[in-house]
Ligand binder design. Structure first.
Ligand code: ADP
Length: 492
């Protein structure tokens, strides 16, 4: 057996290459920051060639660090920031416009025109109309380069999300492909029949000839001949879906939450694409060996970011880590609630016009209590998402698997367990996003025999069990709901 699987994780702020061994242990890692460009207010772009160069750099560096050659790599997995849109020239392999990053609002005005199709789009794609998703970004690019539409119709241009772009470059232009999980974030992919949707493509006037072929997450995408013609790409998935897989949420009802700048919660809902009426997204989680699994997805806009705010703007702490120590300086917030809705409220409130707020201050409120209330605000928001998910999916859940930077905060994790009244499981390897595609790749190559083998090697560094009395949870959550209600009264 070859020594490692190489996972490439191309994210919004950095690109990473990680070597995993058969036990799913992270053995070597190399990382490069990537630069975002902000050409106008609300626009976020990146140089697509720089993204590719960062991939070359980290792969080379990780091989050097491990002191191995490519021939010790079993296979490659690719995971990526989702929805980010790249259009390139088929002949030259060069991008015709910057990569338009998922957060960018530059195609807002295009989405506005499609408001009347929102139900059609939701039923076909599981998504809400929003410039996040690729369709309006492709439209934007074709409208902003010379003869864009004409060149696309003539088959001169190719579209891809970041996975497609990396596959194309690694295969030296031989393979133009994506996987079902990334395709399901484009707003052009029908999640019911798992095909590009003719009606949606014509609505956005996007020629189908520019779209990549769509394959399973665990599939032989071809040789990464840029590095070595004997090493194949065998795993591809969008970052959140990959993390769900890397957390071994293989059965219906299993759920993961990532605590980064924002929080992303996904629940495995089995083989039917259940649609939400409360603003959760329905998405393809993965497809392996012709079996498809769907997920419900909800997000919290401000998660760990509130800790950064307390550190950088309020300067109450010097490091994010210190938030735990400071919060431990008090027994409770004594009725203080911080609602971190700096940019509006997401699931399940969907209110753009509110801003952050603080309730319950007294003359005696301490810094410790304030910092604790900020951390609790992250956990309450996640409970809001979790409760809706549980309600809409009608699936009992026993635990929540967690990852992301803020999971190093034990106080936050314990409070999350208390307030949800379920176990919070922190895996041994926190790089679950990269691990997910390593598993997909290994399942295709035979490095792993089956899912059971992966479940057996997966272990946890900590499990937080609920300690708070149910009555107390009820009281505290009631306070949070009151805070939310009051927050929504004060519109900007
Ligand atoms: P992203 O992938 O979104 O950049 P990360 O997973 O790297 O995010 O996590 C970074 C976030 O986690 C930051 O917002 C930071 O404030 C928060 N964070 C990191 N360590 C802690 C901690 N010990 N307690 C609370 N928040 C933390």
């Amino acid at each position: 057996m070859k020594k490692f699987i190489l996972a490439i994780d191309q994210g919004t702020t950095s690109t990473r290459a990680i070597l995993f061994n058969h036990e799913g242990e992270l053995c070597y890692v190399a990382q490069r920051e990537v630069e975002c460009l902000f050409p106008k207010s609300g626009w976020v772009e990146a140089d697509a060639l720089s993204l590719w160069v960062s991939v070359i750099d980290v792969v080379n560096e990780v091989l050097v660090k491990a002191n191995i050659k490519m021939d010790e790599i079993d296979s490659i997995g690719i995971t990526n920031q989702r929805e980010t849109t790249i259009v390139w020239d088929k002949k030259t392999g060069l991008p015709v416009y910057h990569a338009v990053i998922w957060q960018s609002r530059q195609s807002d005005y295009i989405c506005d025109k499609f408001e009347k199709y929102k139900e059609l789009i939701h039923s076909k794609t599981g998504l809400l109309i929003n410039p996040y998703f690729s369709a309006s970004k492709i439209r934007f690019i074709l409208d902003h380069i010379p003869h864009g539409q004409e060149r696309a119709e003539n088959g001169e241009l190719l579209f891809g999300t970041v996975d497609s772009w990396i596959i194309y470059k690694l295969s030296q232009g031989k393979v133009h492909a994506t996987d079902v999980s990334n395709a399901s974030r484009t707003m052009l992919f029908n999640i019911n029949n798992l095909k590009w949707d003719d009606e949606l493509c014509s609505l956005f006037n996007i020629p189908k000839c520019m779209l990549p072929k769509v394959y399973d997450c665990s599939f032989d995408y071809g040789a990464a001949s840029f590095f070595d013609k004997n090493v194949h790409i065998r795993g591809v998935a969008g970052d959140q879906q990959s993390a769900l897989f890397g957390q071994t949420c293989f059965t219906k009802g299993e759920c993961k939450n990532t605590y980064g700048t924002g929080c992303f919660m996904l629940m495995n809902i089995g083989d039917k694409p259940l649609l939400s009426s409360k603003g959760l997204l329905t998405t393809v989680a993965w497809k392996i060996q012709d079996k498809v699994v769907y997920a419900l997805e909800g997000s919290v806009f401000v998660g760990g970011a509130i800790v950064q705010w307390v550190r950088d703007e309020l300067q109450m702490i010097r490091t994010a880590k210190e938030s735990e120590e400071v919060a431990r300086g008090c027994e409770s917030t004594n009725g203080v609630y911080v609602v971190p809705s700096f940019v509006g409220l997401g699931t399940p409130y969907w209110d753009d016009d509110v801003r952050g707020s603080v309730f319950g201050l007294t003359r005696g409120t301490s810094k410790e209590q304030f910092v604790r209330a900020c951390l609790e605000g992250i956990a309450y928001q996640c409970k809001d998402v979790y409760d809706i998910m549980k309600k809409e999916a009608h699936i009992p859940t026993k635990s929540l698997k967690v990852d992301g930077g803020a999971t190093s905060n034990k106080l936050l994790m314990q409070f999350q367990s208390d307030i949800l009244q379920i176990d919070i499981k922190l895996p041994r390897c926190l790089e679950t996003t990269a691990l997910g595609v390593a598993y997909f790749a290994g399942l295709n190559s035979g490095y792993y025999k089956n899912l059971q083998e992966i479940i057996e090697i997966h272990s946890y560094q900590a499990i937080f069990e609920p300690k708070m009395e149910k009555e107390e949870v009820k009281e505290r959550y009631k306070g949070w709901k009151k805070a939310i209600k009051a927050t929504r009264v004060f519109k900007i």
